[in-house]
Write a protein that binds this ligand. Structure first.
Ligand code: GTP
Ligand code: MG
Length: 200
């Protein structure tokens, strides 16, 4: 899969805008400001194809990028930003419910958490949604460049325990800023797309 061949397809804000066209989806999810857009930009080697915001909670749409005509990267709107209005929060919840209720199109769930902190309650809920779909899943412990070497192992273990991840779910220490372990994430994505194509 050529990650340089990328096309922005659309931004969806409601159920009728969601794509179900049989193309496997790689879904990126995480709380607001954790670095979802930065991870996508890093993978695609683009500075700003997925918008990187300095204002958390800015991405309120589901964004679809078609990669090399074989898979979508799906940038889900972030959750857990305290200052978001109740109506927006409700809209987000509804959109997520719809997205995950017809989740047969998810080839890989990429759940992004902050490697510096224990995952939040919202992170735990998101992990449960992914587990409930039965899709493949990988956890990205982002911003690892900000964690001391001596603390990395312990933080990764805290993430595994808090999200209650079984052994075969990988946690990849990652830096969207530096590109740390980018190739590991790309390998997981390639595997998932291959696995998908073998089944369908
Ligand atoms: P929303 O779309 O608003 O939910 O945010 P997001 O999850 O897409 O986060 P975004 O990519 O916009 O990044 C938020 C901030 O974190 C930006 O200032 C990024 O530069 C910074 N950031 C993202 N990843 C890393 C990383 O690995 N290391 C460091 N040091 N900073 C990062
Ligand atoms: Mg974003």
């Amino acid at each position: 899969m050529n990650l340089h061949n990328v096309e922005f397809i659309k931004s969806a804000a409601a159920a009728q805008g969601l794509l179900h066209d049989g193309v496997p989806q790689i879904v990126f999810s995480g709380k607001s400001n954790v670095g979802k857009s930065s991870v996508i930009n890093k993978l695609l080697n683009r500075k700003n194809i997925a918008r990187v915001s300095s204002t958390p909670g800015k991405t309120v749409h589901i964004n679809y990028f078609l990669i090399d005509s074989v898979a979508y990267f799906v940038d889900l709107p972030g959750y857990g930003y305290a200052k978001v209005a109740k109506t927006e929060r409700a809209r987000w919840a509804k959109l997520m419910e719809i997205y995950f209720s017809s989740a047969g199109h998810i080839a890989l769930g990429v759940m992004i958490v902050d490697s510096r902190h224990q995952p939040t309650k919202d992170d735990v809920t998101m992990a449960e949604w992914f587990k409930a779909t039965g899709c493949r899943m990988v956890v990205i412990a982002n911003k690892i460049d900000k964690v001391k070497n001596s603390e990395k192992e312990r933080n990764l273990e805290t993430i595994r325990q808090t999200l209650e991840l079984v052994e075969d779910i990988k946690i990849i220490p990652f830096s969207a800023e530096k590109g740390t372990n980018k190739e590991l994430l790309i390998a997981s994505i390639d595997d998932a797309v291959k696995g998908w194509n073998d089944v369908w």
